[in-house]
Design a protein around this ligand. Structure first.
Ligand code: SF4
Length: 425
């Protein structure tokens, strides 16, 4: 089937997009079916090492943050947030949490996946944010489900060996807890295999997002937002490796054929925050209409990397999967101190040839946003790259104003032009 491409749109419909829908649909169906068939269900925060669950015969996992992102992208984020607010949860709480609580408290009503099957165990971590722990505690209290909290140290520098050992000990404890609760035996060889699949999938995903290095870029950051879902909900499975390999192949092929999401690309921008899930098509279309492309994002660039870097971590300690999994507990941006974030963003600016930064001050995710003003100052002073700050919320559309955002985006493009004129004279 021919691809549907419209040069006024930044986001293209592709075979990979259709395959992604199938991967995700199959995954949620499988989750519901296995849960209904008696599988032990774990709800996890995104950084929790789900590869460990493959070590059991019949343990399945669900990722509430991913389900919340999908709900927002499908247009039901505000509806679910309002349900949580009616239960008394403040509008200031992260919209992922409100969507999830709204969905859970209404028995999965209005969810694109019919909600998530009830968990036997909740596993959260605290290096992304402490809100996650409080959020999962809601179900611990309401449903009387045990809550296992992984205490992962926040990092201002490279992970220390003692921190790695501390995390490994908690992983071993988690495995013992599941063995005891589910009555199932743990097989470490299956974890090794799942880890190899996760690593291979992340490597292919990196190949895909690196198509942004091309001029014009072969992708938009919005493509990378959409495509990252299986890395969170389905990692560890061989089908996911295959999906990302085909995605990278297909994207490189398009570059070779001269097909680009923004063919007349004049401005290459980097987005710093979580995806604005409710605005994917609208924002990518409008940005493309300005001959600009948000080609990369700190949120997706960090996949498969470690502290202070967006480069792919090549060395997995395969012989001890507990250590490998502990080593990548800081792959996301939120657990970084400001120096690590600046290092990673400087690398990205150079690697992708960035003309301007869009800092999206996220009303929900305080931990992502709290150091952005300082980062913005550093980017201007040390890299000399123009930037703007816009207000957004990743999943609650009520906290976003399109005209205000675009007023600033257009101002950013003007300052890039001014800088180019100055550089010529
Ligand atoms: S506050 Fe940020 S890190 Fe915490 S759950 Fe919400 S989006 Fe994730």
């Amino acid at each position: 089937m021919a691809d549907e491409k419209d040069e006024t749109r930044g986001l293209m419909k592709t075979e990979s997009g259709r395959r992604l829908t199938k991967v995700l649909t199959d995954d949620y169906l499988n989750l519901h079916q296995k849960a209904a068939g008696g599988a032990f269900v774990v709800w996890v925060a995104i950084i929790v090492p789900v590869e460990l669950f493959y070590g059991f015969d019949n343990v399945v996992f669900a990722v509430p943050e991913s389900h919340a992102a999908l709900s927002a992208a499908k247009g039901v984020g505000m509806l679910q947030c309002e349900k949580a607010e009616q239960y008394g949860y403040s509008m200031d709480i992260c919209s992922y949490a409100r969507i999830d609580i709204g969905t859970a408290m209404s028995g999965g009503k209005d969810s694109p996946t019919f909600g998530l099957p009830r968990p036997h165990l909740l596993v959260s971590n605290n290096n992304n944010c402490s809100l996650l722990v409080k959020w999962f505690d809601v179900y611990h209290r309401e449903w009387n489900v045990p809550h296992f909290i992984l205490d992962v140290p926040f990092c201002y520098e490279m992970q220390k060996e003692k921190d790695l050992k501390y995390i490994v000990a908690q992983f071993r404890n988690l495995v013992q807890t599941i063995e005891k609760m589910s009555g199932q035996k743990f097989n470490i060889d299956r974890v090794k295999e799942a880890l190899r699949n996760s690593s291979a999938a992340a490597k292919q995903y990196k190949r895909f997002i690196d198509c942004a290095v091309n001029r014009p870029s072969g992708i938009t950051a919005f493509d990378s937002f959409v495509q990252m879902a299986p890395l969170l909900t389905s990692r560890g499975r061989p089908e996911v490796v295959n999906h990302f390999k085909l995605l990278a192949d297909e994207t490189e092929e398009k570059i070779n054929k001269g097909e680009f999401p923004v063919p007349k690309e004049r401005y290459r921008l980097l987005w710093d925050s979580i995806a604005p899930w409710h605005q994917l098509r609208k924002m990518s279309t409008r940005v493309a209409g300005l001959d600009a492309n948000i080609i990369a994002a700190s949120y997706t660039s960090c996949v498969g990397s470690i502290e202070g870097s967006y480069e792919f971590l090549q060395e997995y300690r395969d012989e001890d999967p507990f250590e490998s999994l502990a080593r990548i507990q800081n792959f996301s941006v939120c657990p970084y101190g400001i120096k690590l974030r600046f290092n990673a963003m400087s690398w990205a600016a150079q690697h992708y040839g960035i003309d301007g930064f869009v800092f999206a001050s996220n009303r929900s995710c305080k931990v992502y946003s709290v150091m952005q003003m300082d980062l913005q100052k550093w980017i201007t002073e040390k890299l000399g790259i123009p930037s703007i700050m816009i207000d957004v919320d990743h999943a609650d559309v009520r906290k976003y104003n399109e005209e205000n955002a675009f007023l600033r985006i257009e101002a950013l493009l003007e300052s890039i032009d001014t800088g180019r004129v100055r550089a010529k004279t």
